[in-house]
Design a protein around this ligand. Structure first.
Ligand SMILES: [Ca+2]
Ligand SMILES: [Ca+2]
Ligand SMILES: [Ca+2]
Ligand SMILES: [Ca+2]
Ligand SMILES: [Zn+2]
Length: 407
C-alpha cells in the first residue's frame, strides 16, 4: 500500500479566453522597518549566587538590525521577526520578545543568533510595538519596531466547491470540513473576479462557469487514476490572478480506487485538505525566489514567514523541500525525511498535522493568514532507520503543469 499525494495541472488549455492575460507577478515583500536600538546595562532578571556561571564580558550585545517582513496589513498580520545581533565579547546570547508591547517579555530564545527568527500573527488591530531584548547574561540591549495592524477585511476568504456527481453525504461532509480547516488559516479575502470559463477548461468533465469568483472556485471529482495505492489524489490551480499570482480556480481529483479505504481509515478529509492546499498554491505557484534549487538535491523554500517557523522548529537555513519522487512530488512539498507527519509532505502518514510552517508559507505567497488556525507540530526524531516505513513509492506518475491562465 502506498500513499502518495500529488498535484497536477492541465495540459489542454484555453488561456486566450481570459482578458488581460499577463504572467503572474511574484509576491512582493514589504520594506523592512528601521529598528531603534537602545543599549542598556540592566541587571539580569535572575541571579544565581550559589551557582557558578560563565562570566559575561564587559560589553553589551549589539543589535544591528531588528525588522519585520510585513509591517502593515489588515488583521491577521502574520510577519517574520528577524534580527542581526552580536556580542563584542563573544558571549552566548539570549533573546526575549515583548510581542504586545506591554513591558513583559512573552517569548525567550536561548542560544539566540542572527540566524534565529520567529513568525507571529498579530490579530488585534492597532499600532503595535514589538521589543527585542538581547542579553549576554549581564548586560542587555533592546530594540523596538512598529507594526500597523488595520481592521480585518470585511471580505473574508471564501471557497466555492463544485462537487462532482455521485458524492455521498459523508464525502460531501469531508469536503466541507476540509474547506473549514483552511478557513481557519486563510482569512483575508481577495478582490472578486468576473470570469467566463468553458466546459472541460480544467479537466475532462469540469463544468462551465460564468460570473464572479469570490475568492476561489474549486472543482472536485472522483475518477479512476491508477488503481489502489499509488496516487490518492491530485490537484492544482488552473487559473491564477493576474494581479498577484494567487489561484482563482482549480481542481482536485481523487482516485475512485482509494476513496473507500481513505474513508475507512479516516484519512479522506486529510487528503482533501492536502489537495486543497495545492489549489491554494502550495507547491504549485512556487517559483524563484521563493523556491530555490528546484531540480537539485536540495531545493529550499525561502519565504521569510515559513523560514521563521522552520527556525522555531529548530531548523537552520531555508525550509527543506522534497528532493525525491516523481514530477508531482519533488519541488512541491515539504521534504518527507525532514517533516514526516506534516500534512503538506508528499506522503500521507497515519497522523498528519497542518502546521504553522504550511500556514506561514501561504503568508509568503501573499495571503492574509492566521497562524492560530494551524495544528501543533514538532519535528520528528531522527528517522534514519524508518525513512520508508510508510511504504512510499517514488514512481514518476504525476504530471506537473503550471496554471493555464490568468484573470
Ligand atoms: Ca508582552
Ligand atoms: Ca472575497
Ligand atoms: Ca491510486
Ligand atoms: Ca508525510
Ligand atoms: Zn501533494
Amino acid at each position: 500500500m502506498t500513499n502518495k499525494l500529488g498535484l497536477f495541472g492541465v495540459t489542454v488549455l484555453v488561456a486566450t479566453m481570459m482578458a488581460g492575460c499577463v504572467p503572474p507577478a511574484p509576491p512582493s515583500a514589504a520594506p523592512p522597518t528601521t529598528a531603534v536600538v537602545t543599549p542598556s546595562t540592566a541587571a539580569p532578571t535572575t541571579a544565581a549566587p550559589t551557582t557558578t556561571v560563565a562570566v559575561a564580558g564587559p560589553h553589551a550585545p549589539t543589535i544591528s538590525s531588528f525588522t519585520a517582513s510585513t509591517t502593515a496589513a489588515p488583521s491577521p498580520l502574520t510577519t517574520a521577526l528577524r534580527w542581526s545581533i552580536s556580542d563584542p565579547d563573544g558571549n552566548p546570547l539570549t533573546c526575549r520578545l515583548d510581542l504586545d508591547g506591554n513591558g513583559t517579555f512573552d517569548h525567550t530564545i536561548t542560544g539566540c543568533t542572527s540566524e534565529t527568527s520567529r513568525t507571529r500573527t498579530f490579530a488585534t488591530a492597532g499600532s503595535r510595538t514589538v521589543v527585542l531584548e538581547v542579553s549576554d547574561g549581564t548586560n542587555a540591549t533592546t530594540a523596538a519596531l512598529g507594526l500597523n495592524v488595520s481592521s480585518a477585511s470585511s471580505d473574508q476568504y471564501a471557497v466555492t466547491l463544485r462537487l462532482g456527481s455521485g458524492m455521498t453525504p459523508a464525502q460531501t461532509s469531508a469536503f466541507t470540513s476540509a474547506a473549514a480547516t483552511w478557513a481557519g488559516i486563510v482569512k483575508t479575502g481577495q478582490p472578486d473576479r468576473t470570469v467566463t470559463i468553458g466546459t472541460n477548461f480544467c479537466a475532462d468533465g469540469t463544468a462551465a462557469y460564468s460570473g464572479t469568483v469570490d475568492d476561489l472556485l474549486i472543482d472536485a471529482q472522483v475518477i479512476a487514476i491508477d488503481g489502489p495505492g499509488g496516487i490518492l489524489g491530485q490537484a492544482g490551480p488552473c487559473l491564477v490572478r493576474a494581479s498577484n499570482g494567487l489561484p482563482l480556480y482549480g481542481i482536485m481529483q481523487f482516485d475512485s480506487a482509494d476513496v473507500a479505504s481513505l474513508e475507512a481509515s479516516g484519512q479522506f478529509a486529510n487528503t482533501i485538505v492536502h489537495e486543497m492546499g495545492h489549489i491554494l498554491g502550495i507547491g504549485t505557484v512556487w517559483s524563484s525566489p521563493l523556491l530555490q534549487g528546484a531540480g537539485t538535491s536540495n531545493p529550499r523554500f525561502t519565504g521569510a514567514a515559513a523560514v521563521g517557523t522552520w527556525r522555531e522548529l529548530g531548523g537552520a537555513g531555508d525550509v527543506p523541500v522534497e528532493n525525491t519522487g516523481g514530477a508531482g512530488t519533488v519541488d512541491s512539498h515539504w521534504r518527507e525525511t525532514t517533516f514526516r507527519t506534516e500534512l503538506m509532505t508528499g506522503y500521507l502518514n497515519s497522523s498528519n498535522q497542518l502546521s504553522a510552517l504550511t500556514a506561514a508559507s501561504l503568508a509568503d505567497l501573499g495571503y492574509g493568514v492566521d497562524l492560530a488556525g494551524a495544528a501543533a507540530y514538532t519535528l520528528p526524531a531522527l528517522w534514519a532507520g524508518s525513512m520508508r516505513a510508510h511504504g512510499a513509492d517514488e514512481h514518476d506518475d504525476i504530471v506537473r503543469v503550471l496554471p493555464s491562465g490568468t484573470a
